[in-house]
Design a protein around this ligand. Structure first.
Ligand SMILES: Cc1cc2nc3c(=O)[nH]c(=O)nc-3n(C[C@H](O)[C@H](O)[C@H](O)COP(=O)(O)O)c2cc1C
Length: 199
């Protein structure tokens, strides 16, 4: 996989609540993604079966070009992916897909994604981010991940440009997706511990 993969980090603790990484996919100045992620992470934190880690891509110095050394920023990002048992990716729709910042980050890890579940929270201006989700499903399938069926989607134009508030249907969607991520997160954590994942 070239020179940018892997870290020497110790194997993380795989007991207790499922470790859910909520990834903020937009790094855009003035982004809506931060508020959307906060809304979703608060819902996840209310559950006893999940331990939440918000992974904000804007916090990592990820080089725009692949370098033949793992930079501290890349190592830090890979470490957070490695520690997680499950992922919720918060993504806007950009030109009927997901942002380049998110693809760049996804491509910096490899083995650390494998045999883990991922779900999506998506939004757009005029759309609800469904193209972004479907493109991400393809990418994460290539990385040997299980994409859950549940999803949380909304149009920012219909929610005053911010994260959704007091929307019962959206909250039910979030709970259903979190149920699926918790189930798959635990099931695949146990499976990975029982036997190595196939290559
Ligand atoms: C480059 C770019 C392309 C966009 N393309 C779409 C699009 O195809 N469909 C859509 O519904 N919204 C589109 N939008 C609107 C964004 O979804 C909206 O601005 C959203 O707030 C972006 O998320 P962020 O604020 O977290 O970066 C686009 C925005 C940008 C910056």
């Amino acid at each position: 996989m070239g020179c940018a993969g892997g870290t020497d980090a110790a194997e993380p603790d795989r007991t207790g609540p499922v470790r859910l990484a909520v990834i903020i996919g937009s790094t855009r100045a003035g982004r809506s993604g931060e508020g959307v992620a906060r809304w979703f992470a608060d819902r996840a934190r209310a559950r006893a079966d999940l331990e939440v880690d918000v992974v904000d891509l804007a916090d990592f110095d990820l080089p725009a070009r692949y370098l033949c050394a793992v930079t501290p920023g890349v190592a830090a990002f890979i470490g957070r992916v490695e520690r997680a048992d499950a992922f919720a990716v918060v993504t806007p729709e950009y030109n009927h897909s997901f942002p380049a910042s998110l693809k760049q980050a996804i491509d910096y890890a490899y083995d650390e994604w494998r045999a883990k579940p991922v779900g999506f929270v998506a939004y757009g201006h005029g759309s609800e981010g469904l193209y972004a989700i479907e493109h991400l499903r393809t990418v994460f399938t290539e990385l040997h991940m299980a994409t859950v069926r549940g999803r949380v989607t909304f149009d920012l134009l219909a929610s005053d440009g911010g994260p959704p508030v007091q929307d019962g249907a959206l909250e039910r969607d979030a709970e259903a997706m979190l149920d699926q991520l918790a189930w798959w997160g635990l099931a695949l954590r146990e499976a990975r511990a029982a036997r190595p994942y196939v290559s």
